[in-house]
Design a protein around this ligand. Structure first.
Ligand SMILES: [Cu+2]
Length: 178
């Protein structure tokens, strides 16, 4: 889609509109309550890696630098066996965590099972990935890479489109980058 050129005042409006999102994200703390480490390896069943796919990846930068960002994507299991997602990594960030928003608060999620035939959407207000210590090199309109690690040690990488939160994923807003 062709990004529209907005008047200079619009980015301010967009930023205001995104304030609610920012508030919910700022409630997100790193390693808030480290759950007891599950022995993911012990119950890992050998799964056929083919069949796992991920799509529609976006990284939303925080409006205020230094705050966490959010990553949204969809992961799908077309294999015959359940798989367990146990780790996430995003290039250009210090750390990444899976989170789940539940009734206004969010908690870190250590692992996530994906049943055969299921897809799981990481999105605002549900499962999401929070990223911390975002590098200056990660800029809106750029790309980053999300790597998923599964309990069997297999990994899957996918590109993320980097966007500013004010953009709301609706496309580039050239006026936003000062
Ligand atoms: Cu979070």
């Amino acid at each position: 889609m062709k990004p529209a050129r907005f008047p200079a005042s619009l980015p301010m409006l967009a930023a205001t509109g995104a304030a609610a999102l920012l508030v919910s994200l700022s409630g997100c703390k790193q390693a808030e309550n480290p759950a007891p480490q599950e022995s993911a390896a012990a119950d890992a069943v050998p799964t056929a890696k083919p069949g796992i796919s991920a799509s529609d990846g976006h990284l939303f930068l925080p409006i205020v630098a230094g705050r966490p960002g959010a990553v949204y994507f969809t992961v799908r299991n077309d294999g015959a066996a359940p798989v367990k997602l146990v780790g996430v990594h995003v290039s250009g960030t210090g750390s990444a965590q899976m989170h789940k928003t539940d009734g206004g608060s969010m908690a870190a999620v250590d692992s996530l099972e994906i049943a055969p035939g299921a897809d799981i959407e990481f999105k605002q207000g549900g499962m999401h990935v929070m990223v911390f210590d975002i590098d200056d090199t990660v800029k809106a309109s750029g790309t980053a890479e999300l790597t998923l690690t599964f309990s069997d040690g297999d990994k899957l990488s996918m590109p993320l489109r980097v966007e500013s939160m004010g953009g709301n994923g609706m496309g580039d807003m050239p006026g936003m980058d000062h």
